[in-house]
Design a protein around this ligand. Structure first.
Ligand SMILES: [Zn+2]
Length: 139
């Protein structure tokens, strides 16, 4: 799926440079755009809501599935029970989330107290990584 299929379903889309956009998140009441969208060189779409919505919530809110974020070429072909996302793409998505957990860990190490909202975000990100494992296992 082209990133533009997703962008066409979002409000308040603005470009932040080649292959990078911000938009209003469809999964929560988003006044200022807090959804980051990136298109990778191999045609995958990375989505992240800074408001704390999970990837499932975001793509579900616009009628898409996580597998729609990846190009439908040979690498992604699903033979019945095979994973529909390559291990590399899962790693990209997990790295994205681990980076956020790392930022939170740095804040904690610096003696900052995480807000309730940040704590909720971290719980969701942790759950999301579990979801990705299910995807990798072909459900
Ligand atoms: Zn959101």
């Amino acid at each position: 799926m082209s990133t533009h299929v997703l962008l066409d379903r979002l409000d308040g889309v603005r470009s932040r440079g080649p292959g990078s956009w911000m938009a209003k998140c469809p999964a929560h009441d988003d006044r200022s755009p807090s959804l980051s969208i990136r298109e990778t060189s191999d045609g995958a779409t990375l989505v992240y809501c800074f408001g704390g919505c999970s990837l499932h919530e975001v793509v579900g809110a616009v009628g898409l599935q996580i597998k729609d974020l990846f190009p439908a070429n040979n690498n992604y072909h699903s033979k019945s029970k095979q994973p529909q996302i390559s291990a590399r793409d899962l790693l990209i998505l997990i790295t994205y989330r681990v980076t956020l957990l790392w930022i939170a860990a740095e804040d904690l190490a610096a003696g900052k107290v995480l807000s309730e909202r940040d704590q909720a975000t971290i719980r969701k990100e942790y759950a999301e990584i579990g979801r990705m494992l299910e995807v990798a296992n072909g459900f």
